[in-house]
Each structure stands twice: as structure tokens, then as C-alpha cells.
Design a protein around this ligand. Structure first.
Ligand code: TRP
Length: 442
């Protein structure tokens, strides 16, 4: 159960989005708030989702309905499903990028340098070509969507789970190797300082809401996925321990990633490039590989693992909507898959193009890609998290949380008192406070 949940958690969110958000929000200050959000808000929200799922053995919408029939709480479940669908739109695009990079690593095109330009310019040009051109990224995105359709239709979820059990340790080992290498680069310590040393003056409401959104996203919270997962947990699973291990593992991967990217970026002088955070993974990583012995090997290994992480995540995100459509409209699974995935071909293509030919089309000053990312992570996920904690803390049947955390009295559940306190008071108040203070900026 732990492996499956960690498998769902660790994905592009931790590898691609985390360094990007860290950079956009001032380095160490963001990391500090992120860690606080993971343990103070992420863990309780996760326990809330676990309790809902395992006690009702239902999906996101069904579990709210079963516990409070006739009430409107299921709306949070519905919002969770909507958030997952919107996230799918841009997550597919990033998945497409990893596919392109894998492809160009295999053909060697990534390291091809006919003009003999410097490494810095070379990987920047490659990134513009792979990510900012209109056609290639769009086609790669479609391949990812279609791969999702194939996997969902074949129903090889079991195979995917086994795959992610091998992939996770492999990714971990690979990141550790890169980390040792990056830390040995000249000037790496500037990056370490940037990443680990918090500058308290940079902690603003905007940084807090981004850290909260990133914490929820990277733990796969707020989209009903862990409600659904935990509905399959055996009654003997210790929920508190599971949530702590899952959060700690996700955090470790994020820290490792930061300790690869920031030292390397500092050493190569890449910190303030255009295109912000995305540069970090897609430009800095090839830069690192090129300097190591056997660059092609490292590039293929990294992008292959990243692609598999993207596929396992997109499949489970898509599954949220497929399960919802199937149950809600009482259609066959096949039909539900097509109903969900065909429009995604269009939406994800628009997201992809919004970085090139459609970049003139903006919503509130953001490209569609960035708008969806911001809307889901900075608004929808926190709202769902708020609804979940308020419901579990105050409105769910009495004893629900205690029964779930103590396995109905079989284990002590020493953390229960603390968790209940956080779910009732700290988490909702913190989320509301972050929200309100953030609204001032607009
Ligand atoms: N946590 C995943 C990541 O870090 C992304 C994600 C969010 C996810 N919600 C999910 C994955 C639901 C699977 C299911 O990349």
C-alpha cells in the first residue's frame, strides 16, 4: 500500500514542478514553508482522505454522499474530480516533453552540436526546439494521451503498479548519483545555499499559497485519488504511519532533486534564464549529463524513468475521471474512457500550443498552461483540502477519524489527539488564512 501510494505521489510534480516553484518563489524560503505545509497540512489532509475512503469503500463523490446523505458535501468530491481533469490537461504536455527528450537522447540529437556553440546556448536552443516549437511537442502530447487510452483500455493497472515498484528505487538511485556529481561541481555551494538557506524576508502570502498548492499536488491530495486508493486498503493498514512514510519519501525525492538542480544551475550560471523553472529540469539536466562520462546513458536512464513516472501519474489522474463518468452516467468502462480522453486530445493540444503559437491567448495574464496550473494548485486543491478537513473534523459521523486511525481500537493511534486537533482547528484556519492574505495581492 505504501509503495503504491508513494508511486502515485512521486512524479513530475516532484521532479519538474518542485524545482520550478522553488525558483519562482525565492529558494530556501519556499522550501521551508513547503516542508511545514507537507507535515502540518498535507499529512492531516491525507489522513482525512484515507479515513473517508477506507470507512466508506467508495470514490471521491460517493464517500461524501454515503457519510452525509442529502447534504452538499459531495460538491468537494466533484471539485476534486474537476481539478484532476484540468491537471491532466497540462500534465500530459509535460509528459510529452519527457517523451521528446527521451527520443532525442536515444537518437543522440540532444547532444548534437553542428554549430559548435557553447553548452549553455546549445541546451537552450534544444529546449526551445523541443518545448517552444508548435508541432513536435503537440504530437508528443498526443502520443502520451493515446498511450493513456491504451493502458486504460487494456486495464494493465497491475502491470503498471509492478513497474512503478521497480522504477521508484531506480529513480532514487539515479538521483543520488546525480546529486553526488552536482555537489562536486565548482561553485555548487552557492546553489546549496540558495536552496537550503531561507531568506525570511521572502516569505509572502503568495509564497505560502504556492507552497501549500505544491504540497497538496506532490502528495496527490485534493483530487480524490487517495480517497479512492484507500478504499482498497486492508483494515489492518496503519493509516498514520502510512501517511508519514509517504510524505517523508516524497520530501526526500524533492530534496534530492533540489540538491541536483540548484548546485548544477549555480555552477553553470543558469539561475536566471528565461522560461523560468521549466528550464531547470529540461536545460540543466542535459547540461549535467553532457559533463559526465557516458552522457547518453545518463540521459536515456533519466528521461526513461521520468517518462514512466509521467505515464503512471497521468493514468491514475485520468482514472479519477473515468471512474467518475462510469459510475455517474452508468456507461461501460470503454465508453467512459473515450468520453474522458477524446476531449483531452484537444485540451492538452491547446495547452501545448499555448506556449508557442497560442501564446497570445492569455487568461488573467497567464498562458493557458500556466493558468490551469495556477487555478488548480493555488485555488482548487486548497479548497478541496479545506472541505475535506472541515468535513472530517466537524461534520462526519462521530468517531470516524478515531476509528480509522486506531483501526477500531486495535492499535493505540497515539497521534490521534494531535491529528484531530490539527484537522479541526489548525488546518482549516491555516488554509483560510493563507487564502485571505493571498487575495490581497490580486
Ligand atoms: N503527485 C504527483 C506528482 O508529484 C502528481 C499527482 C497529483 C498525481 N495528483 C495525482 C498522480 C493523482 C497520480 C494521481 O507528480
Amino acid at each position: 500500500m505504501i509503495a503504491a501510494t508513494v508511486g502515485s505521489a512521486v512524479g513530475l510534480g516532484t521532479v519538474w514542478r518542485f524545482p520550478a516553484e522553488t525558483q519562482a518563489n525565492g529558494g530556501g524560503a519556499f522550501l521551508l514553508v513547503y516542508i511545514i505545509c507537507v507535515f502540518l497540512l498535507g499529512v492531516p489532509v491525507m489522513l482525512g482522505e484515507f479515513s473517508l475512503g477506507r470507512s466508506t469503500r467508495m470514490d471521491a463523490v460517493g464517500s461524501f454522499q454515503k457519510l452525509s446523505p442529502g447534504a452538499k458535501w459531495w460538491i468537494f468530491g466533484a471539485l476534486a474530480v474537476l481539478a484532476s481533469y484540468l491537471i491532466d490537461c497540462f500534465y500530459m504536455v509535460v509528459g510529452g516533453w519527457t517523451l521528446e527528450y527521451l527520443w532525442h537522447s536515444i537518437t543522440g540529437g540532444l547532444f548534437d552540436n553542428p554549430m559548435g556553440v557553447g553548452a549553455d546556448a546549445l541546451y537552450h536552443t534544444k529546449m526551445e526546439q523541443y518545448i517552444l516549437s508548435p508541432w513536435e511537442p503537440m504530437i508528443a502530447t498526443w502520443i502520451i494521451v493515446l498511450a493513456n487510452v491504451g493502458i486504460l483500455l487494456a486495464g494493465v493497472k497491475k502491470g503498471i503498479e509492478r513497474l512503478s515498484n521497480i522504477m521508484m528505487p531506480a529513480l532514487f538511485i539515479l538521483l543520488t548519483v546525480f546529486c553526488c556529481y552536482a555537489l562536486s561541481l565548482p561553485g555548487a555551494m552557492d546553489g546549496v545555499t540558495y536552496f537550503l538557506h531561507p531568506d525570511f524576508s521572502r516569505i509572502t502570502p503568495g509564497v505560502c499559497i504556492s507552497a501549500l498548492g505544491q504540497a497538496l499536488f506532490s502528495l496527490s491530495l485534493g483530487m480524490g485519488i487517495l480517497i479512492t486508493y484507500s478504499s482498497y486498503f486492508p483494515n489492518s493498514t496503519r493509516l498514520t504511519r502510512t501517511s508519514l512514510i509517504v510524505s517523508a519519501m516524497t520530501l526526500v525525492v524533492a530534496l534530492l532533486m533540489g540538491l541536483v538542480i540548484f548546485p548544477a544551475a549555480a555552477s553553470f550560471g543558469l539561475q536566471d534564464h528565461a522560461m523560468g523553472g521549466t528550464t531547470l529540469v529540461f536545460q540543466t539536466m542535459p547540461h549535467i549529463f553532457a559533463r559526465m562520462p557516458m552522457p547518453q546513458f545518463w540521459a536515456i536512464a533519466f528521461f526513461l524513468l521520468l517518462l514512466m513516472a509521467a505515464i503512471t501519474s497521468t493514468v491514475s489522474i485520468s482514472e479519477v475521471s473515468v471512474a467518475f463518468v462510469k459510475n455517474k452516467f452508468k456507461v461501460s468502462r470503454r465508453r467512459a474512457i473515450w468520453i474522458v480522453m477524446l476531449p483531452l486530445l484537444v485540451f492538452s493540444a491547446i495547452c501545448s500550443l499555448s506556449l508557442s503559437d497560442l501564446s497570445w491567448l492569455t487568461l488573467f495574464g497567464n498562458t493557458i498552461f500556466d493558468f490551469l496550473d495556477m487555478l488548480t494548485n493555488n485555488f482548487m486543491l486548497p479548497i478541496v483540502a479545506l472541505g475535506t478537513t472541515v468535513f472530517v473534523g466537524w461534520f462526519a459521523p462521530r468517531g470516524l477519524l478515531q476509528g480509522q486511525l486506531t483501526n477500531h481500537g486495535e492499535i493505540r493511534g497515539r497521534m490521534f489527539g494531535f491529528v484531530l486537533f490539527v484537522i479541526r482547528y489548525i488546518a482549516p484556519l491555516a488554509i483560510v488564512a493563507i487564502f485571505l492574505s493571498n487575495l490581497n495581492i490580486f
